[in-house]
Design a protein around this ligand. Sequence first.
Ligand SMILES: Cc1cc2nc3c(=O)[nH]c(=O)nc-3n(C[C@H](O)[C@H](O)[C@H](O)COP(=O)(O)OP(=O)(O)OC[C@H]3O[C@@H](n4cnc5c(N)ncnc54)[C@H](O)[C@@H]3O)c2cc1C
Length: 395
Amino acid sequence: MAKIAVLERKCTGCGVCAGSCPFGAIEMKAGKPELNAACRVCGVCVKACPEQAILRLETKTNDVDKAAWRDILVFAEVSGGRLHPVSLELIGKGLELAKNVGYQVKAVLVGHGVSAFAEELRHYGVSEVAVYDDPALGYFRADAYAACVEDYIRSVKPSVVLVGATSLGRSLAPRLSTRFHTGLTADCTRLELRENTDLVQIRPAFGGNIMAQIITTHTRPQFATVRYKVMNAPARNAEASGTVLVRKLPKRVSECRATCVSVTPVPAKKSISDAEVLVVGGRGLQKEADLDMVRELARLLHGDWATTRPLVEKGWNTNDRQIGLSGRTVRPRLIITCGVSGAIQFTACMNGSEHIIAINSDPSAPIFDVAHIGIVGDLYDIVPALIKQLKEARA
Ligand SMILES: Cc1cc2nc3c(=O)[nH]c(=O)nc-3n(C[C@H](O)[C@H](O)[C@H](O)COP(=O)(O)OP(=O)(O)OC[C@H]3O[C@@H](n4cnc5c(N)ncnc54)[C@H](O)[C@@H]3O)c2cc1C
């Protein structure tokens, strides 16, 4: 890190620095230069100052030895007795990233009765699956799970740790990154690995108006969480590879203060993220009752329905059926949007869908930029016509 400093005892207040700054970042206040947020630390003022009263200071950082941290670790989440599919998607992405730098992909399983999943993971190209299987891990306690994953990270020193952005993962990942005094980027939508092993963590920022590229330059490991359905799961190999390593329970687990008094499972709800076909209503719908059209089309296509956020805000729908940054990420085989403009906060969470059909009366609507088939027209003509044709075809 670098910054500009003014030596007050040498400064005569001549103002040459302010005149020289190409960014207008120096203001003369009470005869002294003051730097504002526009400063790019370019150093032009340092050269311009006739009194040598301006210095460019470099802050020394304790850079980590990046070579000592290698490979990619995926936290393979087991919850409710099943391996969360995001774990396979992360392994898929990990394998893709690993190729560039000659890394391997490892997985870690934590829980009780999770050993069986280790064998399954060996069919997805991992080089090692570490297992912490103990009754003390029978239900999720963030500190106990973090103690296990921390123990494994300290032993294998991965450069990158990928965690699903599930409720469990969102609780676990920040605890881990804090233990290693390193960075964590939540809800990444893209990941790239540079040759120098810096992970470029890409995610929407500032309300989705920019795609930020975040890098953890001075510390390791690099933690990132990724939502379900954002990455591709690899195909299952018939042959198993890699090894399973049964790990001893770290002592810290017995020191965990949280105990579980009782568990009340919430009945599993069907999620729009699992739908193969989705019909989506947007603000082009004039009244709540018109959502019936959307539901009817979804039913005829054996799919599910969802909406954009404004319809949730109107109280026409609940958040669990909202697609977008503040809703769910979906990746169906077919998605039909009806009266949806295609704001980035919406499209960022559905543009991985296999076939996108957009119906919108405005030919310049941004939804057409991501659609594979665009229908310019009134949804009140097109959707009933589609319903009629499907019904006739069925009959
Ligand atoms: C931090 C943040 C998070 C957000 N998160 C989300 C999110 O999770 N999900 C989300 O959806 N939004 C989200 N938004 C809001 C987002 O920016 C958009 O405002 C929203 O997606 C717009 O929804 P819409 O397309 O239904 O409505 P509009 O943008 O109003 O679009 C309506 C479209 O319908 C078309 N139309 C109108 N009448 C007809 C007709 N008769 N036939 C055909 N087409 C017609 C219009 O041409 C228009 O393009 C978020 C915003 C912020 C700042």
